[in-house]
Design a protein around this ligand. Sequence first.
Ligand SMILES: [Zn+2]
Length: 212
Amino acid sequence: MVITTIPAEAREQTIACHECDLLVSYPKLEPGNVVVCPRCDYVLTKKHNNAMERILAFALSGLIFLLLSSLYPFLSFSTNGHGREVTLLQSIDVLANEQQVLLALMILVVILIIPAAFLMGVLYVIGSLKYRSTLPPQGKQILRFILMLAPWSMVEIFLIGTMVSLVKIASLATITLGMSFWAYILFTVLMTLVLLHLDKVEVWQWVEDSAA
Ligand SMILES: [Zn+2]
């Protein structure tokens, strides 16, 4: 019996396609490489250039813009000489006062709490992998949690919803978009960039490499 040892860098990885369950083997990837399922064309994994640095930079700036978006007026509207400015949190509060407590709570969780928890989790785990080459305490559980949260981020849906209601209100009142509105747009862009660079397969590969 012949036993051969394949060096780690030449070893093939195997992954099951998320969409059609086909088992696909691929060699060690170089930055820029993409592994696509040969049967259904689903993108299995993608190795970005400087992925860790980019994720950390996008996540940190995203968190700052999310914080800024809750500090300043989100939008102001005026009709017949009466004006009112509302912040992001006040607009949620307005809903709560109109007996829609559950809806207000859901919006608060979806547009602020989940994204904030997600970005902080990303900074905590990826930051530690990058600068200490090891998982932080509870790192595995937090990583599983952020990867589970990722598909539930609905920030862009919230933004589209806001735009649709703005178009409706625009016929009744004059609307001015505030600082927070623009901060939230920038946050949405940064959040999307984090999600685009956070490849599940690659992230677990970093964890494995850090343990080696
Ligand atoms: Zn497939």
